[in-house]
Design a protein around this ligand. Structure first.
Ligand code: SF4
Length: 697
């Protein structure tokens, strides 16, 4: 609970940004604005990154929205809450009556609290009756989630506490750069890195790669082949854990048959990673007492992302790592509530408790909790990009309600997405600032942010956290829960079906999630307030939680993990004579996601003020470009303006674009929306581009 010292009250809470969800305090008092205070918490030990330390600036940002806005002939104009909500409800009612419930769509976010995610899914399926709901987590870790589900029967990003990594002697990080994306996490890698056991797989030489004893730089889009090559080395060099395979897994023979065509020499030709290096990684993993394989967006954001993660899981299973004390495999989730955001029903194909919307028993259970007929619940809807791509088309949604997401910047093939948003009859955006998506909206609703509202978040370890309200929201601002309540009641729903108090919503969420894979039944606000460390599943209020769910058995009915046969295929869009380079995208230390929050913080914009493109100096000079000069990165889908940043460690065939900047500087102007067939993840991480100088004048 909050502590009072002198003139200050310090309220314990968590950072508004990434999935590590560092513990912090917010100091409030009579002598100045809210300030961030260090707080010891297991994931961050009192440390924060620059984003966390400056996060109090968000609370007093001059960019903050404090009144609803409604579009008139001369643009967005202030309106009362009643006028804004009445207008939305009226337009939604007409659209549903004229074109059916699927004419209205909802888009959620991985930064929303569990309570908002839950009520958003219920609002879509009960108040709107639409199947058309998905969220930006589809762009984040959906392929890792799909791969974990098929291998283990359950997806919990890290099925172990991050502190377990401190005892590892070998850790493979495939496509992750936590030194920039979640710096305090590096504390958990430090013992392994200090003793020479950190292996980083990344085409870029990131600050994380600089800490590694081994840095492999495969060509973008070839991680799957690399994992298969290392698996070959494991088998050929006699490192297979045969007892583990026999006792805890099924399907190795089929997976090995599929992998057989990817022998190390062939993998070297495809990836550029030498056979000796593949063999060395296999040997290090096999010789380790405690070893982990962790994947991030670099491996996952591909049109073959699910199979790529499956290849890394197959390797981990071949070595007997998952579900063994002190070893394992996991995915480093990115967004603040990326984990909880995918568990509570804002995903197109899922109901609360991480249940399939196709499962009749799950539909019946959730419908009972919601007090509706299971037959009225819609089925699965379109995935995030498919939903955006269909907006305003003949059979697509005509209205879109966006909560906590800035799709005009963050979705792939940005020009197309903006065109589809512009084609809507009604675009409603609930946000804290006038994001690029809000600027296109017909109605903008100003909502509360992290420290102004209570709620729970679930971090990358599956640890459920209480985010306490520490400051009062500005006058005129409402919570997302209050917005959903206001809309639902105007659409004819009983008021009590859409509560506005987070704890009341969470009590219902616990019932809806009860018995599901993500069972929150035993998590209560009182237990969280008392400091219990609760990792789901928590099936009862006397249950201690499950920090390491796979130690005895995996979640498939037979308790065994599944090898999944996968084979490499090239990126969707290979480089060619017109577009000879590859572009890859990612984050920088000072910014977060689309930048809607961090671009409004002076210290962060001072640290990283403008869009840049990392280019090897030889590549830049070949294109007549010098360090610091403006350039255009061109793909078949668009053109991004960026300042050239000479990067001698870059691959000569690859440029890197951060995705935090708006307007002509959106990295997603060039990205490829080719979708993974399993998870519907777009291919953010590799597309074919060329570099051009900016013509004079
Ligand atoms: Fe916030 Fe993530 Fe930085 Fe921690 S690492 S302070 S959670 S942005």
């Amino acid at each position: 609970e909050a502590t009072v010292t002198g003139t200050h009250t310090v309220t314990p809470t968590h950072c508004p940004y990434c999935a590590l969800q560092c513990g912090m305090g917010i100091a409030t008092g009579t002598n100045g604005p809210p300030a961030i205070a260090a707080r010891r918490f297991p994931v961050n030990d009192g440390a924060l990154c620059v984003k966390g330390w400056t996060s109090a600036d968000l609370l007093r940002s001059p960019a903050r929205l404090t009144t609803p806005l409604v579009r008139g002939r001369d643009g967005l104009r202030p309106a009362s809450w009643d006028a804004a909500l009445d207008l939305i409800a009226d337009r939604l009612t007409r659209l549903r009556a004229g074109h059916g419930p699927d004419s209205v769509a909802v888009f959620g976010g991985g930064g929303l609290t569990n309570e908002v995610c839950y009520l958003l899914g219920k609002f879509a399926r009960v108040a709107l009756g639409t199947s058309q709901i998905d969220y930006n987590g589809r762009f984040c870790m959906s392929s890792a989630a799909a791969a974990a589900n098929r291998a283990y029967g359950m997806d919990r990003g890290l099925p172990f506490p991050v502190a377990d990594l401190r005892a590892a002697d070998t850790i493979v990080l495939a496509g992750s750069n936590p030194a920039e994306t979640m710096p305090p996490f590096m504390r958990h890698l430090a013992p392994c890195a200090d003793s020479g056991g950190l292996i980083v797989i990344d085409p870029r030489t990131t600050p994380t790669a600089e800490r590694a004893a081994v840095h492999l730089r495969p060509a973008p889009g070839t991680d799957l082949a690399l994992a298969l090559g290392i698996l070959h080395c494991v088998v050929e060099d006699g490192h297979l854990d045969k007892d583990y395979l026999a006792g805890r897994t099924t399907g190795f023979a089929d997976a090995w048959r599929a992998a057989a065509a990817w022998w190390p020499e062939r993998v070297e030709r495809v990836t550029g990673v030498a056979v000796a290096d593949q063999r060395a990684v296999a040997g290090r993993l096999a010789g380790a007492r405690n070893a982990y394989i962790l994947t991030g967006r670099g491996a996952e954001q591909h049109a073959k992302g699910t199979d790529t993660v499956s290849a890394w899981i197959n390797l981990a299973l071949a070595l007997g790592l998952p579900g063994r004390a002190g070893s394992g495999h996991g995915c480093l989730t990115g967004q603040g509530n990326g984990q909880g955001g995918r568990e509570h029903g804002q995903k197109a194909d899922q109901l609360p408790g991480y249940r399939s919307i196709r499962d009749p028993a799950a539909r019946e259970h959730v419908a009972r909790v919601w007090g509706v007929d299971p037959g009225t619940l819609p089925g699965p809807g379109r995935s995030a990009y498919e939903l955006l791509d269909a907006l305003g088309t003949a059979d697509g949604p005509r209205a879109l309600l966006v909560f906590g997401s800035n799709v005009a910047v963050s979705a792939p093939r940005s020009t197309r997405v903006r065109d589809r948003l512009a084609a809507l009859d009604l675009l409603v955006v609930a946000d804290i600032v006038r994001s690029e998506t809000a600027a296109m909206a017909d109605v903008v609703l100003p909502v509360t942010q992290w420290a102004e509202e209570g709620g729970t978040m679930t971090n990358l370890e599956g640890r459920v956290l209480l985010r306490r309200r520490a400051v009062a929201p500005p006058p005129g601002v409402r919570s997302d829960l209050a917005v959903l309540h206001g809309l639902a009641t105007r659409l004819g729903q009983p008021a009590e079906r859409f509560p506005t108090d987070p704890e009341t919503v969470f009590t219902e969420l616990r019932e809806a999630a009860r018995g599901g894979p993500a069972d929150y039944h035993g998590v209560t606000y009182d237990r969280l307030r008392a400091g219990d460390q609760l990792f789901w599943p928590v099936p009862g209020t006397d249950h201690p939680g499950t920090p390491r769910p796979f130690l005895d058995r995996f979640a498939h009915p037979d308790g065994r993990a599944r090898f999944v046969p996968v084979t490499h295929r090239p990126p969707d869009e290979p480089a060619d004579a017109d577009y000879p380079l590859r572009a890859t995208t990612g984050r920088v230390l000072a910014h977060y996601q689309s930048g809607a929050q961090t671009r409004n913080i002076d210290a962060l914009t001072a640290a990283e003020p403008e869009m840049f493109v990392e280019v090897h100096p030889d590549t830049a000079r070949r294109h007549g470009l010098d360090d610091g000069e403006p350039a255009v990165v061109v793909s078949r889908r668009g053109r991004v303006r960026a300042t050239v940043r000479f990067t001698p460690t870059a691959r000569v065939d690859t440029v890197f674009l951060p995705f935090h900047f708006p307007g002509d500087h959106r990295a997603n102007l060039v990205t490829n929306p080719a979708l993974d067939p399993v998870s519907r993840m777009p291919e953010f991480k590799v597309c074919a581009v060329r570099l051009e100088a900016v013509p004079p004048g």
